[in-house]
Design a protein around this ligand. Structure first.
Ligand code: HEC
Length: 123
């Protein structure tokens, strides 16, 4: 019984790794929200706030301020546009340049951030 579970876990992990590899190779990976969380806390929280409500200490004084993602405000963009707004800055997608660009972040991490940002919507 225990052996069967162990084998199952190993198989599931192998399938997961394979799916990730194939996903990245095809450029289809849409990111892993969990993997984006630490990066968000390090680079984005100051403006966007811990919950994504746009109430970070620096965000509050910006004009325009960040939008309230917990209500879905601002998340009406496509995944590609969300990606571009992070990598190239808000202006690249018609948003304000108070959303600065993060050109040095690897694409895979930007996708992780897109997934994390989308997960902050609560309603
Ligand atoms: C200097 C403050 C600041 C920082 C730091 C910042 N943002 Fe933003 N961001 C903004 C503002 C302000 C907007 C909204 C611009 C607008 O409404 O036109 C925005 C918009 C966005 C958008 C587009 C969707 C929307 O709500 O308009 C995404 C996606 C985004 N930010 C992700 C991030 C991520 C991920 C990070 C960290 C890597 C980050 N931001 C760091 C200020 C910031």
């Amino acid at each position: 019984m225990a052996r069967g579970i162990r084998v199952g876990v190993v198989v599931a992990a192998a399938v997961g790794v394979l799916a990730l590899t194939v996903g990245f190779a095809a450029g289809q990976a849409k990111g892993d929200a969990k993997a984006g969380e630490a990066e968000y806390k390090a680079k984005c929280l100051g403006c966007h706030g811990a919950s994504g409500a746009g109430d970070g200490p620096a965000g509050k004084v910006l004009k325009p301020p960040p939008r309230d993602w917990t209500k879905g405000d601002g998340l009406d963009l496509s995944d590609q546009q969300l990606f571009d707004s992070i990598k190239k800055g808000g202006e690249a997608v018609g948003r304000a340049k108070t959303m600065i660009a993060f050109p040095s972040l690897p694409d895979a991490m930007v996708w992780n951030l897109v997934a994390y940002v989308k997960s902050l919507k609560k309603t």
